[in-house]
Design a protein around this ligand. Structure first.
Ligand SMILES: Nc1ncnc2c1ncn2[C@@H]1O[C@H](COP(=O)(O)OP(=O)(O)OP(=O)(O)O)[C@@H](O)[C@H]1O
Ligand SMILES: [Zn+2]
Length: 487
């Protein structure tokens, strides 16, 4: 008799162990006592802080973990995967933005305007980039206090105080990092090192320099909730501990985010969750994507070296043309998720050319099933080089499997065709172009240059560029045409 331990060939790199290892879902084991129908692979990814539009760097974790979500659904069945990505709608950066943009409104209303507008744009952006909606998309403000099942931040903080892991000081509730034996395990930082590097005077009320805020008091002008420690608002880390437990339980399978979240954010999530629940792990596998960079530096709002997703989709500020969602998505997936990406026009053009080749090969063909080699490449910690090599091979050998493989990673050729200028050029009718050129030559012969130019411009708008020349034998004027991308 064989038991199903849930291994489906998937290997993932775990930041916690710094090793790639076979993935087995927590509640698949034979001892789990969980009926087949209830088995779930559970994944949590830290989502955006909604004070400003997402830049293309912020889109990287969304796309990477969407591909993982799709792969898990493929391997385990769509109904057996739960994916939670939160929205951080309480943050001092949001308050500052609300004051700046809506000084005439009461703060609460101004904050609501900022978060609603930003969250709606985020939804639109990530959909255009080909991402599925997560199973749940909770907002932090719904989990501050008074949650009917006790899944709220005030309850978790009170529990941490009761268990001796947190204390009140200087108008804040702080987590005591020395109260946890293995604090720093994910980032492999030692408390002594953190102590040595800290400045003293700034945080005199802290017992240890590494202690972090769970709750802070709000002035009457700041947003706040009633709590045993006065009217206040939560620190950043506590929301993910609470929302992950609410939807996924005290220990779950995979936790993801960008590299910059390893410390302090994920380290502190682990401290809060493990100490509140008395567990020895919060998530089994920790995954972190590398940075999208511009000239070797992380694309980031504070550096000002960013392009928003919306700018790339809808304006010509980057490389003088718009970039369809599938181009941005494929450009992201061409590099393995843990490696840095240098964001450039060249990379986007390369992705666009690849899509043109795929679209040509798969035109009019129904998707079959993704190839075994493609699934194997994805299952090897989302190995991009092997994935791309297999897509190239399928383009020649099996366009139906090519289409299905692209579907599996959310790259939609018809979306690309509907939105790409190069796709529009591909769809042109060569006979109609020849006819237009003949008409233009007629106009030139009768010296109606205005009409001749109009035809040239109409073709240019469709991405068709004309070159005039003379036939070497007859000496007659001839015109050649070529398809150029619109820029
Ligand atoms: N350049 C980047 N490349 C890849 N991932 C990034 C990049 N910048 C931010 N992220 C990720 O985007 C997600 C959303 O993070 P968040 O909303 O905190 O953005 P951010 O870090 O404040 O952006 P910024 O660094 O521009 O201020 C996180 O998982 C973060 O790791
Ligand atoms: Zn988080």
């Amino acid at each position: 008799m064989t038991s199903d331990d849930g291994f489906r060939g998937l290997h993932l790199f775990n930041t916690m162990t710094r090793e790639k290892a076979p993935f087995r879902p927590l509640d698949w084991g034979p001892e789990g006592g969980i009926s087949e129908g209830e088995r779930q692979v559970r994944i949590y990814v830290c989502g955006p802080t909604v004070y400003d539009y997402a830049h293309i760097g912020n889109a990287r974790p969304v796309i990477v973990f969407d591909v993982l979500f799709r792969l898990l659904r493929h391997l385990y069945g769509a109904e057996h995967v739960t994916y939670v990505r939160n929205i951080t709608d309480v943050d001092d950066k949001i308050n500052a933005r609300a004051l700046r943009d809506h000084p005439e409104l009461p703060l609460n209303e101004a904050i609501r305007k900022v978060t609603e507008r930003t969250a709606a744009q985020f939804e639109a952006d990530v959909a255009t980039l080909g991402n599925l909606a997560p199973t749940h998309q909770p907002r932090a403000t719904d989990f501050v206090t008074g949650h009917p099942d006790g899944h709220d931040m005030v309850t978790m903080i009170a529990r941490l105080i009761a268990k001796g892991h947190a204390y009140e000081a200087g108008g804040e509730v702080l987590f005591d990092v020395t109260s946890m034996d293995n604090y720093g395990g994910l980032s492999r930082r030692k408390l002594e090192d953190m102590r040595a590097g800290a400045r003293v005077a700034v945080d005199a009320h802290k017992k240890n320099p590494g202690d972090f805020v769970l709750w802070k008091q709000s002035s009457p002008a700041e947003p706040g909730w009633d709590s045993p420690w006065g009217r206040g608002r939560p620190g950043w880390h506590i929301e993910c501990s609470v929302m992950s437990a609410a939807y996924l339980g005290e220990t779950f399978d995979i936790h993801g985010g960008g590299l910059d979240l390893i410390f302090p954010h994920h380290e502190n999530e682990i401290a809060q969750s493990c100490c509140a629940h008395g567990t020895d792990q919060m998530a089994k596998v920790w995954m972190h994507n590398g940075f999208l960079q511009v000239e070797g530096r992380k694309m980031s709002k504070s550096e000002g070296n960013f392009f928003t997703v919306q700018q790339l989709l809808e304006t010509e500020v980057f490389g003088g043309r718009r970039w369809p969602g599938p181009v941005l998505r494929l450009a992201m997936l061409m590099t393995q998720y843990r490696e840095p990406i240098d964001f450039s026009v060249k990379r986007l053009e390369e992705a666009d050319d690849l899509l043109a080749g795929f679209a040509r090969a798969a035109a009019g063909i129904e998707a079959s099933a993704p190839s075994a080699a493609f699934v194997a490449a994805l299952s090897d910690d989302l190995a991009s080089a092997a994935m791309m090599a297999e897509l190239h091979a399928l383009r020649k050998s099996d366009p139906a499997a090519l289409k299905a493989s692209l579907d599996l990673i959310g790259v939609d050729l018809s979306d690309w065709q509907a939105s790409s200028a190069s796709a529009a050029a591909l769809a042109l009718d060569p006979a109609a172009i020849d006819a237009a050129i003949a008409t233009r030559l007629d106009f030139i012969r009768v010296k109606n240059f205005a009409e001749a130019d109009r035809i040239r411009e109409e073709l240019a708008e469709k991405g068709v560029v004309l070159t005039d020349g003379k036939d070497p034998e007859s000496g007659e004027r001839i015109t050649r045409w070529a398809v150029k991308r619109l820029r």
